[in-house]
Design a protein around this ligand. Structure first.
Ligand code: ZN
Ligand code: ZN
Length: 293
């Protein structure tokens, strides 16, 4: 039995706005935040939606001083709203390296600090005690101590990126906001789609945007999101082993998600596809291992 290479925990799976309540209790109401631990316990965090608040408490109690790399896909509210509530930022022993894409001419430190402007939040950015380092995506993979994080621009308003983490042969990818088909973006077309398939080739676990049903999509084209079936088709084409639907629509109930999952599993089985499907659930830990080819 192989040792797990990467441990992944979803702390927020919901798109657009937090949506707590009995109808979303199973898959969760917090907005996007994903924690990835390497085999040597290096901590990578993807997005800082409302889910990062609970992660902060967990990290502090488990690790003491927090050292982590935070990768932001983009700066839409649902992906950054948890920042001021991430407890380790107020601890002088914390070190966080923040990775993200410049938005036009605006650097990510300015964007990050702006979240805590006095109009929006009572505690100023200057009050953060942690040591923060900012790093802009530059088209190259970020590599440190055997962990490689690659980024790829996706089809979504603003400068939005998806990420892929690799440790040895174990890979996972995270693309919470990506409109695979339809609308106009600076990237797209068959060439982009081919690049995306290559980017995802050999990935054990992919978290991908699946905000809409096929019936909902036509009236929401251009909002920056994909359907369940579009995500499944892409993952299947790329040879991904497991696809977990992510960025659940705020009004999508647990019961609906389970029904959609069931239907799509049946369709895939009928087509003879080996792709495994799941629904990202808040608090659930998943293991990512090297893909045997
Ligand atoms: Zn989003
Ligand atoms: Zn977005």
């Amino acid at each position: 039995m192989d040792l797990p290479a990467l441990r992944v925990t979803c702390w927020g799976t919901r798109g657009s706005i937090a949506s707590p309540g009995p109808a979303t209790a199973r898959f969760g109401g917090n907005t996007p935040c994903l924690e990835v631990r390497s085999p040597d316990n290096r901590c990578l965090i993807f997005d800082a939606g409302t889910g990062i608040r609970v992660l902060g408490r967990r990290l502090t109690s488990e690790l003491g001083p927090v050292r982590a790399d935070l990768f932001l896909t983009h700066f839409h509210w649902d992906h950054i709203q948890g920042v001021p509530f991430f407890g380790p930022l107020y601890d002088p022993k914390t070190f966080i390296r923040i990775h993200g894409a410049r938005q036009g001419d605006v650097d990510i430190q300015t964007l990050f600090a702006g979240l805590m402007g006095p109009i929006y939040f009572p505690i100023p950015y200057e009050a953060l005690a942690a040591t923060l380092e900012f790093r802009h995506l530059d088209g190259q993979s970020w590599v440190q101590d055997g962990v490689e994080v690659a980024s790829m621009r996706v089809r979504h308003p603003a400068y939005t990126y998806g990420y892929r983490v690799r440790v040895g042969g174990a890979m996972l990818a995270y693309m919470p906001d990506n409109e695979l088909i339809g609308a106009e973006y600076p990237v797209g077309g068959e060439r982009w789609r081919r690049e995306l398939r290559e980017f995802l080739r050999g990935v054990d676990l992919l978290f991908h945007d699946a905000m809409f049903t096929d019936d909902e999509y036509p009236s929401r084209e251009g909002w920056g999101h994909s359907t369940f079936t579009q995500a499944a088709r892409m993952a299947d084409e790329a040879g991904v082993r497991r696809l977990f639907f992510f960025h659940h629509a705020p009004e999508r109930t647990d019961a609906e998600l389970l029904r959609i999952l069931d239907d799509l599993r049946t369709d895939l089985a009928r087509q003879g596809s080996a792709l495994e499907l799941g629904v990202a659930a808040e608090g659930e830990e998943l293991l990512v291992q090297e893909q045997k080819t």
